[in-house]
Write a protein that binds this ligand. Structure first.
Ligand SMILES: NC(=O)C1=CN([C@@H]2O[C@H](COP(=O)(O)OP(=O)(O)OC[C@H]3O[C@@H](n4cnc5c(N)ncnc54)[C@H](OP(=O)(O)O)[C@@H]3O)[C@@H](O)[C@H]2O)C=CC1
Ligand SMILES: N[C@@H](CCC(=O)OP(=O)(O)O)C(=O)O
Length: 422
């Protein structure tokens, strides 16, 4: 380890120890107090709007000079409306019922022992996320409301904006007597900090939430030494079955690809049943909507405007107005393709055949599986969770949109009357 990396690791370990101490306080804090802290934080965000905008202008200038794409610049950009939206989001989390102490289930053993499982915080959570400043507030708010301390590591293009929002969050903590170490932000863009977090920050971090794409995935896979709740890329498929209603199929496919191309819930590959009778208008609707298509030979035979797909296209998350199109042999072909190329995020089928729909729901192993709906609904707010840290793409603990409940674990409470085990 270089001396700079060692210094960064030391900083992260010290943050972890302070977060651990804050987590102990949060675990016994009345949820009304975390709600009050978030209400105060939202007020501070509003009051600090000018300062947040100045910080964001600084980030935008640097990112523009560095040649960031229009989609990434849009994700980074704040204005008064977006800051108001961030404040409202924090208030919405404050208004959500606390998950802590909720009874999951209860049973009584034949020997009279009464067992309960109740929700408790996880402890210290480390979140690594993209250059999207609102996540600083959303993630901080969700962690606090679920009784966890958090160490936030946002994208390096958003350093100033995230720091400004973080200051407002901390003033909410201070205003209500909660430890400021409950929500900390990594003070350096050095990626050595990500390594130190993945290593567990000297045993203090209980869970890492990485939100990002392929580069982050690779690093998490090789370096993580603590449990990971992965929020990774979305190579999402829509399969249009032979029994699809054409109008529905067109509306869903266009929305899934083009509503917002840069979000992880966007469709990246369209699969069409070889037996589907009307594929040409479907493809034309995407092209007319401004989407470039790359496809296999069968798709190109339907519309010559489709460019040939390379092998890598089937495994690419474009996050842009670009989509791969494959013609498959019915649901078996679609299931095999998704199993080979999906990233476990969100897949959808368009069909009027109930049995085919049920088979798709049962056999696709992604966090979110949909029938006759756009993949762009992959979102905690749309699922009624009030907010989200993101979409969990792994297979354990929590899947799909993760909000308060996904940021808790549970413990068993066992009440006896003097029982001893024979
Ligand atoms: N499932 C979900 O909920 C979500 C998934 N995403 C996914 O995020 C991706 C788009 O965001 P994008 O900004 O490109 O994501 P990146 O993966 O480039 O960046 C995300 C974060 O990871 C860090 N990072 C990336 N690579 C490394 C590395 N090798 N070592 C250390 N840190 C690293 C970045 O730091 P740095 O700033 O230094 O590059 C940043 O903080 C898409 O794949 C999208 O699907 C996005 C949002 C939600
Ligand atoms: N779930 C959120 C999107 C989160 C997301 O993808 O973020 P990003 O990749 O930073 O644009 C939504 O549907 O708006």
């Amino acid at each position: 380890m270089s001396s700079t990396a060692a210094t960064v690791a030391g900083t992260i370990a010290a943050m972890g120890r302070r977060a651990r101490a804050a987590a102990v306080v949060l675990a016994r804090t009345d949820p009304a107090q975390t709600a009050a802290a978030l209400t105060a934080a939202a007020a501070a965000i509003r009051a600090d709007t000018d300062a947040i905008l100045v910080a964001n202008a600084e980030d935008m200038a640097r990112a523009t000079a560095a040649g960031l794409s229009a989609a990434l610049l849009d994700r980074l950009r704040l204005d008064r409306d977006r800051i108001e939206g961030i404040a409202r989001g924090v208030e919405a989390v404050a208004a959500l019922p606390s998950p802590l102490g909720a009874l999951i289930d209860e049973s009584t053993r034949p020997n009279g022992l009464v067992l309960q499982r109740v929700r408790v915080p996880i402890g210290v959570i480390g979140i690594i996320y993209e250059s999207r400043p609102n996540v600083t507030a959303d993630a901080g708010a969700l962690c606090l409301r679920s009784g966890n301390a958090v160490i936030l590591r946002g994208g390096s293009d958003s350093t100033a904006s995230s720091a400004a929002i973080h200051r407002a969050m901390v003033s909410g903590l201070a205003a209500t007597g909660l430890p400021s170490d409950a929500i900390q932000i990594v003070p350096t863009p050095d990626r050595a900090a990500v390594g130190a977090m993945l290593a567990g920050a000297d045993g203090t971090i209980a869970l890492i939430v990485p939100r990002g794409g392929k580069g982050l995935v690779a690093r998490v896979q090789t370096e993580a030494r603590v449990p990971v709740l992965a929020h990774l890329d979305g190579i999402n498929h829509v399969y249009v079955d032979t029994a699809a209603d054409p109008d529905r199929a067109q509306a869903i496919v266009v929305n899934a690809k083009l509503r917002r191309t840069g979000i992880c819930g966007a469709m990246e590959t369209l699969l069409i049943d070889r037996a589907y009778s009307d594929p040409a208008p479907l493809l034309a609707a995407l092209i007319d909507g401004g989407c470039a298509l790359r496809g296999d030979a069968a798709a190109r035979a339907i519309d010559p405007r489709i460019a040939p797909a390379e092998a890598a296209d089937w495994d690419t998350e474009y996050l842009d107005a670009l989509c791969t199109v494959g013609i498959v042999d019915g649901i078996d072909g679609a299931l095999a393709h998704i199993a080979a190329h999906g990233s476990g995020h969100t897949e959808a089928i368009v069909t009027e055949d109930a049995a085919t729909a049920e088979r798709f729901l049962a056999e696709v192993d992604s966090a979110i599986v949909m029938v006759n709906a756009s993949t762009q609904f992959a979102d905690g707010g749309e699922f009624g969770l009030g907010a989200e840290i993101g979409i969990a793409t792994g297979r354990l603990h929590a899947r799909g949109p993760v909000a308060l409940e996904g940021l808790t674990t549970y413990k068993w409470l066992v009440r006896g009357t003097g029982q001893t085990r024979p």
